[in-house]
Design a binder for this molecule. Structure first.
Ligand SMILES: [Zn+2]
Length: 400
């Protein structure tokens, strides 16, 4: 979007894709013409592609006030020769539409949030990014609202005009956003691009004459690339359509899996989340009951060691955290030490005591023999990754 050099007519007449010009100078692969319609890379817009004198143009750059066309081969032309330039129409069409879309999005940004200016801009093959200078948070920018507003403005068929304006006058007009890029060279005048009652920006890129030419746009993402910046990435044309097709297909597939329609997905998923929550609660209650039943059965087979009553055994269908939680709230008459082993991926052990014995010491004793790791408090400790089945571990504990 930098201002193109004098003799470069790309921004002025962006619909011209075939032209004749006189060769001004030739230096190896590099050719300068008396006038050109090839857009030179600048301000986030890539250089045009095409052919010059029948040779592929691989790059176009502004250098020292001239537009330099770099060709794939050294051309058989001399200064003064008349040559034909042919610009890759589909690529030019893409950049014109992508670029004009950025002005529509910028206008949407000004409508929807507190925009201070352009923070950056780049057109790539399948996506375009525009950075807004704003103190608004990324969360304040709803991609769907942006997309809807932008597509409405496109559908409105608003005229897009461009004209020269004195630079100082433009600078004092608060309504004009500057989108010239850091590589813009100082000039006395700037090109203003105006979308009817929507956006005015100083910009040197190529634009379409009516927003309707842009076609559908799809907002791909909203992100925060740095302090006080909000980045909107979007696509126009085939990549925009492709993105929608993929999203639509994914939504339809999920709706099909859940035996409902796309429109009803939210309702259906809400129901599933509730159902899942209920099932989870029921499962937890059942596993607690199972655990309690098991502990009650084990309580009939306690044994006494050094005056303390021990309850030792294996449990099924519960994880170590559930067992530890239960032991904390359990009040078993007369039981001083409770040791339960189970399987949760690997063998685990939970030890609870009345405080006279140190649960972590009993745990350390077990991990010394069976490996794994454990820890906790003197009254409740748990460990996992033991290299033996629960039965073997509890037999070992019985013989401590
Ligand atoms: Zn522009």
């Amino acid at each position: 979007m930098s201002e193109q050099q004098s003799g470069n007519l790309a921004s002025k007449d962006p619909y011209v894709t075939s032209f004749n010009a006189a060769v001004q100078s030739v230096d190896g692969h590099n050719v300068v013409l008396d006038r050109t319609f090839f857009y030179a890379e600048g301000g986030g817009q890539p250089a045009d592609r095409g052919t010059l004198a029948g040779v592929d143009v691989v790059d176009v750059q502004n250098r020292k006030g001239e537009t330099v066309h770099t060709l794939a081969e050294i051309p058989a032309v001399e200064p003064g020769d008349s040559v034909t330039g042919s610009i890759d129409e589909s690529f030019r069409t893409y950049t014109m539409r992508a670029h004009t879309a950025s002005h529509v999005i910028y206008g949407a940004g000004r409508t929807l949030f507190d925009v201070q200016g352009y923070g950056g801009f780049d057109i790539a093959e399948d996506r375009i990014r525009i950075d807004f200078d704003t103190t608004d948070a990324t969360d304040d920018v709803d991609p769907v609202t942006v997309e809807r507003l932008v597509n409405e403005v496109i559908w409105d068929g608003r005229s897009v005009e461009w004209y020269e304006m004195d630079l100082e006058t433009a600078r004092t007009d608060e309504d004009i956003a500057f989108n010239l890029g850091d590589d813009a060279e100082p000039t006395d005048t700037v090109r203003i691009v105006e979308i009817d009652e929507w956006d005015r920006s100083a910009c040197g890129g190529t634009h379409v004459e009516n927003t309707v030419e842009i076609g559908p746009i799809t907002v791909l993402s909203v992100s925060n690339p740095g302090a006080d910046l909000v980045r909107i990435e979007y696509a126009v044309g085939p990549p925009a359509i492709q993105q929608r097709v993929e999203e639509r297909r994914a939504a339809s597939r999920v709706a099909g899996m859940l035996d409902t329609s796309v429109e009803n997905l939210t309702h259906r998923v809400d129901g599933l989340i509730d159902e899942n929550e209920t099932l989870r609660t029921e499962r937890e209650q059942l596993s607690q009951q199972l655990l309690d039943t098991r502990i009650s059965a084990l309580a009939e087979n306690t044994f006494v060691r050094n005056g303390d009553e021990w309850l030792v055994g294996t449990v099924d269908g519960v994880g170590p955290n559930d067992v530890a939680d239960r032991i904390r709230t359990l009040e078993l008459e007369g039981v001083d030490v409770i040791v339960l082993a189970g399987t949760d991926g690997s063998t685990f052990l939970v030890v609870g005591t009345d405080g006279e014995q140190d649960a972590t010491e009993i745990m350390a004793d077990v991990t010394d023999v069976f490996g794994g790791g454990g820890g906790g408090q003197p009254t409740v400790a748990q460990g996992g990754g033991l290299d033996a089945d629960p039965q073997t571990v509890t037999e070992y504990v019985r013989k401590l």
